[in-house]
Ligand binder design. Sequence first.
Ligand code: ADP
Length: 467
Amino acid sequence: MKIKSRTLIAGSIIALIALTTMQGYLTFNTFDLRKNSFAVNSRTKIGSIVKTPYVDSLSWHYRMDFVKKIPEYRNGKITKEELILELENAAKSRNPTFKKYFKEGAEHFKLDPRVLFKKVASSLELTHEDGTTEQIIIESDKSPTFLLGTDFPTDEGYLINAWNWTFDEDFINNNNQTENVIITYRASLYMKIIDLDWIIFNQLIGLFLIAFLLFVFVVLLVSYSIRNLLKLKHISDVKTDFINNITHELKTPLATLSIATKTLSSKFAQDNKEIAKVSIDTINRQNVRLQNLIDQVVDNSLGYNDIKLNLEQVNLTDFTNEICDDFSLTLTNDIQFLRSIENTQTLAHIDPFYISTAIINILNNAIKFDGTVIKLTYKITDHYHVVTISDNGIGISKKNKSLIFGKFYRINEQNKHSYKGLGLGLYYCNQIIKAHHGTISVKSEEHEGSTFCIKIPLNHGKENFTS
Ligand code: ADP
């Protein structure tokens, strides 16, 4: 059972970790896929927008404006920088219109407004009649010439498309001759998505929430099952312990009974009345012992709701003194029994039979668990009658302190058979004190001793006695 439940718990925890890892992996993958698909979609939509005739014609117009400036450059009227500026300005003057068309297109194709777009001239080359080429804009230039759209640092965006445009232009040069130049121009389209992670997170928030809730649900389910399993295991251990204990307790009287009956039926007993009487006495004693054991199991198993109190007004000073007097009579000389009992006239409203049973149980435990100095105190605090019983016996470990009031609980020690019992005494005490609306607690250090403290509210049961 022990190995099986450990394996089950380990298995559930491993399965939970595996499930969580898989869920994390799938979530991460979904997030990544969504990011990619969003980028691809945006790119397709931008492609559709820039291909519309209105937008395309704008590009045609600024390119033609620029082409007209080539003769001026060739004839030395403007410099290369001024030529590039002409291209920039030609595009710039069309940019407001471009942006307007682009916005309309974006609305039409449902492009997210957080997707930015820009068009740049990434290279520009002139090929002269003699076959020589001249680079006006160099391809590798890190900051290409901005043309249309919203400007942003190129390295923050994705390149989504690029194409070449070639134009053949004749012009009259300074020598009044017709000269030909081929313009090769390369335009690149860039896209930047602002807060892409956030956009996707917002799209998937429902999914994440469901995944998270499912995860919490599974964790709760697993922990609940593990708790139940441990509880069942504990109950099963406790029951096994109880069966072992009661078997052990029954063995002695049964063995004695068997010897006594054998003796009684033997020839000696038939001839000798004295032997027969001793045997009959033994049988009676063991009978009583067996009856007591059974009564103990039946009575001490009662829950506090089943205990019917017969309340009386009791002076606990006298009451505890009487218990101490009776208890002293049962002690051997090697045990020192001390008492410190407050003298009070305040009456308690208790069932004396049950309360004395509880106190005597604790006193007997003090002896059973090797106490040699035992002390009972009684005093009244602000709201309680307080009875404490301390001993210098074997003590109780930290982890067992909260368990000893459980039904059938006995501390699982190797030498447990040297301390007889059924694990019902403290359970019963607790039920009795609970029935009086009080509390019972223990302070203890292993090998140093234990102190049990019973508290009963001063006003418990008072209403039954006030007319
Ligand atoms: P039992 O005495 O029949 O075993 P109890 O319910 O009275 O059952 O006690 C439960 C367990 O608490 C005991 O088995 C013992 O291990 C521990 N215990 C109780 N009283 C003391 C004590 N005074 N000193 C040390 N251990 C104690």
